[in-house]
Design a protein around this ligand. Structure first.
Ligand code: G4F
Length: 350
């Protein structure tokens, strides 16, 4: 019998990669989506439009225990990957109440519904390196204590504690992945990596002329989201539930990311990037660097892509989109030279 999995946040970057991975392993995949996503499928489900198989979508709201409870009553799930959250750290300072509500109550509703209806279902919680916040040690491991620096970080610590508490109190198979930043061409445009790669591509094609950013010295351990969802799956295949750091073990500043992304389109980031106080946060997480040795030893997991591969893949994908945007633009600006054509004939879009 094929396994059946439920993914919350299936329309997001991680959810879509995870759905692909599980379909590839022969799973029957179900997803929890907000009703509004089903009403506006063109914009909200584009990441799962071309999955290599069928997924069954259930409309529901994390804020409503009744709706979560009813989904667990509809099918017997072997595994549940709880990825849905308000995940943009800057937004959590703007609306901390809805961040807490979605992220903490949402996780609590999932765990309690599983306890009541499907106690054998294995549960994965998307923890975050933001939980370390003002880091107590470098690199961070599973035993480094947490000191969150944003409402988002606080909400993830609460979700992590709830997950461990259900594991210890009720013997449920509950794991948390402490995932460090993970990116891809499917990353939302508001996150700094995608903001940089989109801007580099659009500037290169004359569609923009500068890039305002906040703190360029923040340092992150950036990996590829497609590699990271594999670690989530491996956690739920272990004989005992546990928590794991998932990281590359390398850290780079936002400025390093800019340098590489602009260099990939033959530009110097210093000519285009300007700092804007609007993008600074009330409290910053200065340095994240993960020690993924436990995941390496117990899960046999290691990242496949390098930082350089990641930046290049993101820039290439954004160049493709920028070429399409330019082709449909009424008054495209003259192209600076030389422009990376990536297999295109320049005359076709001039
Ligand atoms: O890309 P970011 O917004 O990601 P952040 O805050 O590190 O959080 C991401 O990773 C976490 C894992 O550690 C996840 F849990 C979380 O859900 C999310 O996926 O910002 C990265 C860094 C920050 O230090 C920020 O201050 O980039 C800095 N930054 C500088 N200028 C900027 C900007 N961030 C954004 N989003 N936009 C800027 O203009």
């Amino acid at each position: 019998m094929n396994k059946r999995a439920l993914i919350t946040g299936i329309t997001g970057q991680d959810g879509s990669y995870l759905a692909e991975t599980l379909l590839g392993y022969g799973y029957e995949v179900h997803g929890l989506v907000r009703r509004v996503a089903l009403q506006d499928p063109r914009h909200r489900t584009e990441r799962i439009d071309r999955l290599p198989g069928e997924v069954e979508l259930h409309a529901g709201s994390l804020e409503s225990f009744a709706s979560i409870f009813s989904i667990f009553g509809r099918a017997r799930f072997d595994e549940c990957y709880h990825l849905a959250a308000q995940s943009f750290v800057a937004e959590s300072f703007v609306d901390s109440f809805s961040t807490m509500n979605t992220n903490v109550a949402g996780t609590h509703h999932m765990l309690e519904a599983i306890r009541q209806v499907a106690p054998a279902c294995r549960f994965y919680f998307a923890g975050s390196s933001e939980m370390y916040g003002k880091v107590r040690e470098v690199p961070q491991t599973e035993s480094t204590s947490f000191h969150p620096r944003s409402p988002y970080g606080v909400s993830k610590v609460a979700g992590f504690d709830l997950t461990r508490n259900y594991r210890e109190s009720y013997g449920m198979f509950c794991c948390s992945g402490i995932l460090f930043n993970h990116e891809s061409p499917r990353r939302g445009l508001e996150f700094v990596t995608r903001k940089i790669t989109t801007a580099a591509a659009r500037i290169r094609l004359g569609l923009a002329d500068s890039l305002p950013l906040g703190n360029l010295q923040a340092s992150r351990d950036w990996g590829h989201a497609q590699d990271y969802v594999e670690a989530m799956h491996r956690m739920l295949q272990q004989t005992e539930p546990d928590d794991f750091v998932v990281a590359t073990g390398e850290t780079h500043t936002v400025e390093d990311f800019c340098r590489l992304a602009f260099a990939a389109v033959d530009l110097d980031y210093r000519d285009y990037v300007r700092t804007d106080p609007a993008f600074y946060r009330p409290a910053e997480v200065d340095l994240l660097l993960g020690d993924g040795s436990k995941a390496r030893e117990r899960l046999g997991w290691r990242p496949r892509r390098t930082f350089e591969d990641l930046v290049k893949e993101m820039v290439d994908a954004d160049l493709e989109s920028a070429w399409r945007e330019r082709a449909t633009s009424n008054r495209p600006a003259p192209l600076p030279s030389p422009v990376p054509l990536h297999g295109r004939r320049q005359v076709a879009v001039a």
